[in-house]
Design a protein around this ligand. Structure first.
Ligand code: NAD
Length: 283
């Protein structure tokens, strides 16, 4: 059976773990060739090997321009073309109050979460423009739409990713290149356990993840935490030919988190069913 990405070549940053790793597996299963970039070399190499000839890995710090350019150039050298760039690498960034955050922490957070997206778009553009087709996808967050306590700079960077997406989409539409981003809600990845999984012992990581799942189950309309595959499904849609008229969008994939409180918490406040009384003015 034909794959949805047959013949296409993709670059995925943050491809060693979580959303990037799930998307890599999905893209390869749908016929794409994929080059993964990440800092976790051992994990990334292993993952690429497990995905077969359709996948390869290269060390890439997305905050460094020559490394992002090198990753994109290698995809073209290795696989002969470029169709999809998924700017996905990320971390939690600086946490805490404005007064406690240093300028170095600010720069690092913005470099990894926002400059990286600029670099991905910048260095993919010449290839995609020459080809007059392509799909650029970036991972923003619901935090780019509504603030999260303590993660000020993460919120700001992700809001920047949404606007970078829209701005780039205007320029690149002239070349039939689509630019979209995804705003995930809470997704069960190592980002939620605070450190790379290899730094924690398995029990501690599982315990932290269980707690995160519990919190999420209680707090949002669809009572489960997102899985990396939920986001990979949206990335697949945006990468493939079913979305050729979709550009400049921020696709929210969040189990209803941005809708606010779940009905099961609101309903008990409505103690009885009362039809609304009509206001009838007196004569
Ligand atoms: P993850 O930690 O499993 O994956 C992130 C990957 O990015 C890791 O493999 C990490 O090594 C890599 N990375 C970090 N800094 C890098 C750098 N400078 N250069 C190259 N690679 C780097 O977490 P994830 O949840 O899969 O995160 C993927 C994206 O999703 C991130 O942009 C994150 O902000 C975003 N996101 C995650 C959630 C969530 O709840 N997990 C929600 C919204 C958005």
């Amino acid at each position: 059976m034909a794959g949805r990405l047959d013949g296409k070549v993709a670059v995925i940053t943050g491809g060693a773990s979580g959303i990037g790793a799930a998307t890599a597996a999905r893209f390869v299963a749908e016929g794409a060739k994929v080059l993964l970039g990440d800092l976790q070399d051992e994990v990334g190499e292993k993952l690429a090997a497990s995905l077969g000839d359709g996948a390869a890995y290269r060390h890439c710090n997305v905050a460094r321009e020559p490394q992002v350019k090198g990753l994109i150039d290698e995809a073209v050298d290795r696989f002969g073309r470029l169709d999809i760039v998924f700017n996905n690498a990320g971390f939690g960034g600086a946490m805490g109050s404005f007064e406690d955050t240093s300028v170095d922490e600010y720069d690092l957070t913005m470099d990894v979460l926002l400059k990286s997206v600029f670099l991905g778009i910048k260095h993919a553009s010449p290839y995609l423009k020459a080809q007059r087709s392509g799909s650029i996808i970036s991972t923003a967050s619901v935090c780019g739409l509504m603030p999260t306590i303590g993660a000020h700079l993460y919120n700001v960077a992700k809001a920047g990713v949404i606007m970078m997406t829209k701005t780039a989409a205007v320029e690149l539409a002239e070349y039939d290149i689509r630019v979209n981003c995804i705003c995930p809600g809470y997704v069960a990845t190592q980002l939620h356990v605070g450190r790379t999984l290899s730094e924690l012992d398995a029990d501690e990581a599982a315990e932290r993840m269980d707690k995160a799942r519990e919190r999420t189950n209680e707090s949002q309309p669809i009572a489960r935490m997102g899985e990396a595959e939920d986001i990979a499904s949206m990335a697949l849609f945006l990468a493939g030919d079913e979305s050729t008229w979709v550009t400049g969008t921020a696709q929210v994939v969040d189990g209803g988190l941005t809708l606010g409180k779940p009905w099961r918490k609101l309903a008990p406040m409505l103690t009885e069913h009362r039809p609304m009384r009509m206001y009838v003015p007196e004569d």
